[in-house]
Design a protein around this ligand. Structure first.
Ligand SMILES: [Zn+2]
Length: 407
């Protein structure tokens, strides 16, 4: 799913001619068809012959696909259709994709745009992130999976390890050896179950270990978990219980744990950027202009955007001629800027007719460009020292690069 969304995200139309349709479960297909007929009619007003044809062809294709469904599937239905240039302008070919979402979609949406609207499907994907929870003590272990806001126990096993107190008459050393062997056998079984359950969990982002006392640490130290799972351990916590109650304890603390995990990730991301800055590798850049330049060159591997910046990208347009320009400014000065425009003259036709068109959050705007440039985007909070540094010392906009851009 992620891969097909990534592929779709790279597709771009010649102009505003790619159709995205989201049909939520329960929606009447006939109602959707009626809406599409209206949109087809509206599209006949499009001035450009090519655009009109492409949009109407795309709508027709969507209607045809929709006819194959008597009703929306249980999670709803998403259809993308549009003329995609295959190899430069003039080489457009109509491409159509029908996607059944992983989870029920909530929106009913028709859009015609220069790109496909994937955000609602991408959101679902993010919500799909899962965490494995393993609670254990010397007596028993529970395996659970935490997905969005649900924590479900998958399995529980008992250890078969005898208590610490030997029966009378047994040799102390012999008892200890036997107990040790049983414990290792138990840890091996726990590891096997954990490997089976967690490696099969799609989108597993991390593993949380818990339980009372030192058993969980002994388990962690050994090689009972598969290497890739061991790498994913994000927290080892004390819980009073290893059963349902222990799972409840984890559940209660999960938001805090995940927030901390995210902070650690954010710190690492910014530290990576700082490394390149500090070592002058040429693989880091910051500030709006330089980052924009690198994005346009396709040089950005990872775009870091601070949640703390309130900068907007404003389109200025002339209401008389076709002059447009873009300016970047702090959100607070927007109304002053708007006022100052009334006294300015259009650089093209010289009439006093400049006005503010689209106002876009710069974070949103850069994230969109990054998506098209196939760069990863990370939003960085200001909750960590590194996050503060990104905002205050680097203007909140920074990038780690794939290659050194020539200037
Ligand atoms: Zn003008």
């Amino acid at each position: 799913m992620k891969k097909s969304l990534d592929t779709l995200a790279r597709k771009e139309g010649r102009g505003t001619e790619l159709v995205s349709l989201y049909v939520p479960p329960g929606k009447q297909i006939s109602e959707v068809q009626a809406m599409l007929r209206d949109e087809y009619g509206t599209a006949s007003n499009i001035k450009s012959d090519t655009t009109r044809k492409n949009v109407q062809d795309a709508i027709t294709k969507v209607q045809q696909r929709l006819k194959l469904f008597r009703q929306a599937p249980k999670n709803g239905l998403v259809i993308f259709s549009g003329a995609i240039p295959q190899n430069g302008p003039g080489s457009e070919r109509l491409e159509t994709y029908v996607i059944e979402p992983l989870e029920p979609i909530k929106v009913y949406l028709y859009r015609c745009d220069a790109k496909f609207h994937l955000e609602y499907l991408q959101e679902q994907l993010r919500e799909k992130e899962a965490y494995g929870v393993l609670l254990l003590d010397a007596n028993s272990a529970s395996f659970a999976v935490l997905k969005s806001k649900h924590l479900e126990i998958v399995q529980q096993i008992t250890s078969g390890v005898p208590g610490k107190h030997r029966a009378g008459g047994q040799s102390a050393r012999r008892f200890e050896r036997q107990r040790e062997a049983k414990l290792i056998e138990y840890f091996t079984r726990v590891g096997k179950h954990a490997n089976e359950i967690f490696l099969q969990t799609p989108n597993l982002k991390g593993v949380i270990l818990g339980g009372p006392g030192p058993t969980k640490y002994d388990f962690e130290k050994g090689d009972f978990l598969q290497y890739s799972l061991k790498e994913k351990i994000i927290a080892v916590l004390d819980t009073a219980y290893v059963d349902e109650q222990g799972v409840d304890e984890i559940m209660e603390r999960a938001p805090e744990i995940l927030r901390k995990v995210r902070y650690v990730e954010e710190k690492k991301l910014v530290q990576d950027f700082l490394y390149h800055v500090g070592h002058d590798t040429g693989l880091a850049t910051y500030g709006e202009d330089d980052v924009r330049h690198a994005l346009n060159l396709g040089a950005v591997k990872m775009l870091l955007l601070s949640e703390g910046i309130d900068i907007v990208r404003v389109t200025v347009k002339c209401t008389v001629c076709d002059y447009t320009a873009k300016e970047t400014m702090k959100e607070q000065v927007l109304s002053n800027f708007q006022q100052s425009l009334t006294e300015k003259h259009c650089p093209k036709c010289n009439s006093q007719s400049l006005t503010v068109g689209e106002v876009k959050d710069i974070v949103e705007e850069l994230a969109e460009i990054a998506e098209q440039a196939n760069a990863e985007v990370e939003m960085i909070s200001t909750e960590t020292e590194e996050g503060q540094m990104l905002k205050n010392s680097f203007g909140g906009i920074a990038a780690v690069l794939r290659f050194k851009p020539s200037l």
